[in-house]
Design a protein around this ligand. Structure first.
Ligand SMILES: *Cc1c(COP(=O)(O)O)cnc(C)c1O
Length: 749
């Protein structure tokens, strides 16, 4: 018989630290729980060694906290909390422990959701990535409201979940030196302990170079690539990851029949260099080049995540030749093969398909030529790939293309972050909706049940109060939980159009100040997100929002009517607090730019309505929950394209008083010194490609639709019903559904 849980922890504390739990330091307590989790996993049933597995190669994993999620999936979270309380301790003592933040945003968070969903659905999927020394930078705001970046030294409290595998180190060779890849394995625990997969993250150590050369390779996520050396470092990182992962995989499975033992999903173009590297490893073991190429075609699949031209990676041939010459030689041979094969076919746009052209290697073309499968991440996105971005490949290989609409794990984004709503749904739907998520649809039966809607509103109110408390502590700003919460949290980028969000807040502020729209409810605007450290315009937008917030929050004439807060250091843990408290989810990207979005799905599942454009997965959210239960504004896809050609933002500005008034707040001193935000002003009106993301074209319709949403909020019952309809229709956006589609249609078909 296994010892009861409390006993087990006590015994381990004595064994490991020679003292009782009640006197452990916080770091020791963290280490104890980590050791407990790992031991429990080691004793758990092993995976079937004969079954084919899938591998996920990703440069990012935006995991968040593992402590609660591991215990939750093991079914031990409540029990741990209770046994700690019994000895006068609490998990909340560990609240300051940093997130595991080996990622930037959506793409890295998707990787983390997929791992959780695969393990929870007994799908054998392992992740491979880099164990960065520093995670995504920590953000703070200077007194002038500008973003400051600080290194995220995430290991100061230790890393009790990572298990170093010294015996599985491999060597990675560059032209100028070799390094050692040191794997750390993290158990990925399925819900109810169903199955355990592995996330393997590599650190880098020197073999025949300076320690500092090796250290640089795993030091930061996305080092600055404005210089040649910076680009070279990024290439080294990517190659380091895939070469190490492939060597481990080939060692584990052998080359014989490997296509029936492993399938590798490439998360965007960053790991695409794995394709020539696998061929390289095969050729070294005396396989013919052509056989190795055909083998690669069976093993790799590619997911595209963006239609932005600047994000489709290209590597300078010279850079490749200098850094990994053997791999570059193989890329040249693949290119020759592509030319040979495609030349025989009609309707091939040779220039667009070129793997090597203008002295550069086009990684997306390399992926599309070789991979068995190519997918987009939402319906609209996949259609755009087929019609525009990758149409030259769709014409040749239509059978390779499919859509896999993104999803989110309901374990973290509902069960862990919104326990009150989860419990309520479980009671109403008569099952564990974390396990049987399709049953969340049962909620729709209660759409006319006033009592149920009232209870949903009550849960939201409690979540809003909790967020107000947190924001008061962290940001020093007092918010009103009775007000309607408009939320826009995500990476700061021009295409995501945080400018629309802040212009809306400024619009309402001016209305209230000047005595218009008095009937609208009290409002709170919550922003959050980081800007890339070198992204000037995005950083200006942060400073503008902070400056506007300062003026508006301290303006006595609108006291009680409107508040704005920009939450510092938005990350997964902060998201888990903000999202359950949102009333209105702002998803404002220019149509055709946001491939899918996943933040939108988290909000939906937690009962916020979407105020958004008809872009990415917003479209599918509306299809499932009903257009009438969400607030869609702005141009549609065809309109964006037709208007873009003759777009003159200056004319809009000059002819529309509302637009002019809002845009002028960037330079007229309303929020700071005159001309303080001239950089943003010029990017909207005066630069070569002025207002590239058509903020001004959508601004008026946005204000109209947002005003409607705010007014609707006053009718608690009708608004609450819309929230209910969104929650009840959200099962499709579980990443359980997404990974099952990958498993059935790509990995194990
Ligand atoms: C979900 C998530 C994102 C992605 O948000 P989008 O709105 O889809 O861009 C980014 N960062 C964090 C911390 C997240 O949890």
């Amino acid at each position: 018989m296994e010892k009861p849980f409390e006993e087990k922890l006590k015994v381990m504390s004595r064994e490991k630290f020679g003292k009782g739990i009640e006197i452990l330091s916080c770091d020791e307590l963290y280490a104890l729980i980590g050791a407990y989790v790992n031991e429990k996993c080691d004793n758990h049933k092993k995976n079937d060694p004969k079954r084919k597995r899938a591998a996920y190669f990703s440069i990012e994993y935006l995991i968040g906290r593992l402590l609660e999620s591991n215990l939750y999936n093991m079914g031990n979270l409540i029990l741990t909390q209770k046994s700690l309380t019994d000895v006068g301790r609490s998990l909340s003592e560990l609240n300051e422990i940093e997130d595991y933040a080996f990622g930037n945003g959506g793409l890295g968070r998707l990787a983390a959701c997929f791992l959780d969903s695969a393990a929870s659905n007994e799908i054998p999927l392992d992740g491979f990535g880099i164990r960065y020394k520093y995670g995504l930078f920590k953000q703070s705001f200077a007194s002038d409201g500008s973003q400051q970046e600080h290194p995220d030294d995430w290991q100061t409290q230790g890393d009790p979940f990572g298990i170093k595998k010294e015996g599985e180190c491999v060597q990675v060779n560059f032209a100028d030196y070799s390094v050692k890849a040191v794997p750390y394995d993290y158990h990925v625990i399925g819900y109810n302990f169903k199955c355990i997969n592995t996330l393997r993250l590599y650190e880098c150590a020197a073999v025949n170079c300076h320690e500092s050369d090796a250290a640089r390779i795993y030091e930061y996520l996305y080092p600055d690539d404005s210089s040649w050396e910076g680009k070279r470092l990024r290439l080294r990182q990517q190659y380091f990851l895939v070469s190490a992962a492939l060597q481990n995989i080939v060692a584990r499975y052998g080359l014989e029949d490997i296509e029936n033992k492993i399938k590798i999903q490439l998360n965007d173009t960053h790991p695409v260099i794995a394709i020539p590297e696998l061929i390289n490893l095969c050729v070294k073991q005396n396989m013919d080049f052509e056989d190795a190429l055909s083998l690669s075609g069976k093993i790799f699949a590619y997911t595209n995540h963006t239609v932005m031209p600047e994000a489709l990676e290209e590597w300078d041939c010279e850079l490749l030749r200098q850094t990994i010459p053997q791999v570059y030689g193989i890329i040249q041979k693949i290119n020759d093969m592509a030319i040979f094969q495609l030349r025989g076919q009609s309707d091939v746009d040779f220039n667009k398909c070129a793997i090597i052209s203008d002295g550069k290697v086009k990684m997306a073309n390399l992926a599309c030529f070789v991979c068995s499968d190519i997918n987009g991440v939402a319906s609209l996105h996949t259609e755009i790939l087929k019609e525009r971005v990758l149409s030259h490949w769709y014409n040749i290989y239509p059978e390779k293309f499919s859509n896999k609409t993104n999803g989110i794990t309901q374990r973290r984004w509902l069960g862990l972050s919104n326990a009150a709503l989860t419990d309520f749904l479980c009671r109403l739907c008569g099952c564990d909706i974390i396990e049987e998520t399709e049953k969340i649809e049962e909620l729709l039966k209660f759409k006319d049940d006033e009592e149920v809607i009232k209870q949903l509103c009550e849960i939201k109110k409690i979540n809003k109060k909790a967020l107000c408390q947190h924001i008061k502590e962290k940001e020093g700003i007092e918010l009103d939980p009775e007000s309607v919460f408009f939320v826009q949290v995500k990476r700061i980028h021009e295409y995501k159009r945080q400018l629309l969000g802040i212009f809306l807040a400024v619009y309402f502020y001016l209305c209230f100040k000047e005595g218009r729209n008095k009937e609208l409810p009290k409002m709170t605007f919550i922003f959050g997100g980081k800007a890339a450290s070198s992204y000037k315009t995005a950083k200006s937008v942060i400073r503008f929002i902070n400056n506007a917030a300062e003026v508006i929050n301290s303006d006595e004439s609108v006291k009680g009517k409107i508040k704005i807060v920009f939450c510092e250091n938005y990350n997964v843990s902060y998201a888990q607090k903000i999202i359950p408290a949102a009333d209105i989810s702002m998803q404002l990207s220019l149509v055709g730019t946001e491939a899918s979005g996943t933040g939108n799905m988290k909000f939906m599942m937690n009962g916020a309505v979407t105020l958004g454009t008809y872009d990415g997965a917003n479209i599918e959210i509306c299809e499932k929950a009903g257009q009438q239960n969400n607030y869609i504004f702005g141009m549609r896809a065809d309109e964006v394209i037709s208007r873009k050609e003759s777009y003159r933002p200056k004319e809009l500005y000059e002819s529309n008083a509302v637009i002019k008034r809002l845009v002028d707040t960037l330079i007229d001193g309303t929020f700071g010194k005159e001309n303080d935000f001239a950089h943003i002003y010029d990017s909207l009106l005066n630069t070569h490609d002025a207002d590239r993301f058509m903020v001004l074209a959508d601004l008026c319709d946005f204000i109209t639709v947002a005003t409607k949403a705010a007014a609707d909020y006053k009718n608690k019952l009708d608004f609450g019903r819309k929230c209910l309809m969104n929650i009840g229709s959200s099962a499709y956006f579980s990443s359980d559904r997404t990974v099952r589609e990958y498993a059935e249609e790509i990995w194990f078909k």
